[in-house]
Design a protein around this ligand. Structure first.
Ligand code: NAD
Ligand code: UDP
Length: 318
């Protein structure tokens, strides 16, 4: 049976993708350096005969199995807190990681998927963002290691397609949340839920009027699979995200409605270059993939709160 390689497969999204592919009867090789990923996310798969895990940093040279048919490249810390912790390594992960994996895709004749990001658009002055928008990124700011690394990876992917005939698929992912986010991940949905469950103040950066569009993880992973299976003539880039747009204050309110309790709001300074607004135009995904998200924010938050509630009841995280 041909192998599917998932880099970053022990992370939040990667572990859900591993699950979907194993359920679909595929053989999966998961590569991860466990920087933000966790063994617990894939613990239930470790003894599965069609699943293999290797601890590996994609910055280092790699040789994938000769029977590799598809590669999903998800390796990269996604939370601003973690991607800014070692910005040079973040850039290396996106750029050297892409180079290593694209070379393997070419050598093995495998199809390769890139987890790109809405951060390609930076702090956008076009709203909502279509794929044709070229973005407004500060190349020397604290977010640049992530934004520019992902932009460079897209360039490499398209040059490998044009110059070397590699079959590529590029998804621009908008803020996605759900079970298996790390409780200390630092992103807004997990922060608010964990804070609300612990009865701590919810930390609002800036005035909370900046917007994001939040996609539930199962919807997103369904989009990944449709994109990978789309005709070779379609490479993207394609936006995948939920077009429902909410201010950070509205998100805090929704989390408090679901969790209950009496958490106050605590206002903190807005991080530099924090995008003021973000909403995907998903018409291309609809047309080319027949994809649109099915889980709305209230339902997705309910499921995510249930996950963190259970997690926090276990001693290690309380
Ligand atoms: P995550 O931090 O949970 O997952 C990233 C995984 O990559 C982790 O398991 C981490 O250990 C691994 N990793 C990091 N650097 C690595 C390296 N050098 N070598 C090998 N493994 C490495 O984050 P996530 O939300 O699951 O994001 C997965 C991918 O999707 C990332 O590439 C991210 O940029 C992209 N993305 C996610 C979102 C989102 O909202 N969740 C939005 C846009 C893009
Ligand atoms: N944010 C916040 N409180 C937090 C974490 C984040 O107000 O505890 C804000 C952050 O400044 C940003 C939005 O929520 O405006 C989304 O942040 P996140 O880190 O989840 O993702 P990104 O900025 O990469 O979209």
């Amino acid at each position: 049976m041909k192998k599917i390689v998932i880099t970053g497969g022990a992370g939040f999204l990667g572990s859900h993708l591993c699950d979907r592919l194993i359920e679909a009867g595929r053989a999966v090789l998961c590569l991860d350096n466990l920087f933000t990923g966790r063994r617990e996310n894939i613990a239930h798969l470790l003894d599965h005969p069609r699943f293999e895990f290797r601890e590996h940093d994609v910055v280092r040279p790699l040789a994938l199995p000769p029977d590799t048919a598809e590669i999903y490249n998800l390796a990269c810390p996604a939370s601003p807190v973690y991607y800014q912790a070692d910005p040079i390594h973040t850039m290396q992960t996106s750029v050297q990681g892409a180079l290593n994996l694209l070379a393997e895709a070419e050598r093995l004749g495998a199809k390769i998927f890139q987890a790109s990001t809405s951060e390609i658009y930076g702090d956008p002055d076009v709203h909502p963002q279509p794929e044709s928008y070229r973005g407004s990124v500060n190349p020397i700011g604290p977010r640049a290691c992530y934004d520019e690394g992902k932009r460079c990876a897209e360039t490499l992917f398209f040059d490998y397609r044009r110059g070397r005939g590699v079959a590529i698929k590029v998804a621009r992912i908008f803020n996605t949340y759900g079970p298996r986010m790390h409780p200390q991940d630092g992103r807004v949905v997990s922060n608010f839920i964990v804070q609300a469950l612990k009865g701590q103040p919810l930390t609002i950066y800036g005035d909370g009027r900046q917007t994001r569009s939040f996609c539930y993880c199962d919807d997103l992973v369904a989009g990944f699979l449709l994109l990978m299976d789309s005709p070779d003539t379609f490479s993207g880039p394609v936006n995948l995200g939920n077009p429902g747009e909410f201010t950070v204050l509205e998100l805090a309110q929704k989390v408090l409605e679901i969790v209950g309790g009496r958490s106050a709001l605590e206002f903190r300074p807005l991080p530099q270059d924090d995008p003021r607004q973000r909403r995907p135009d998903i018409s291309l995904a609809g047309r080319e993939l027949g994809w649109r998200p099915a889980v709305d924010l209230a339902e997705g938050l309910e499921r995510t709160v249930a996950y963190f509630d259970d997690l926090l009841r276990r001693e290690e995280y309380s």
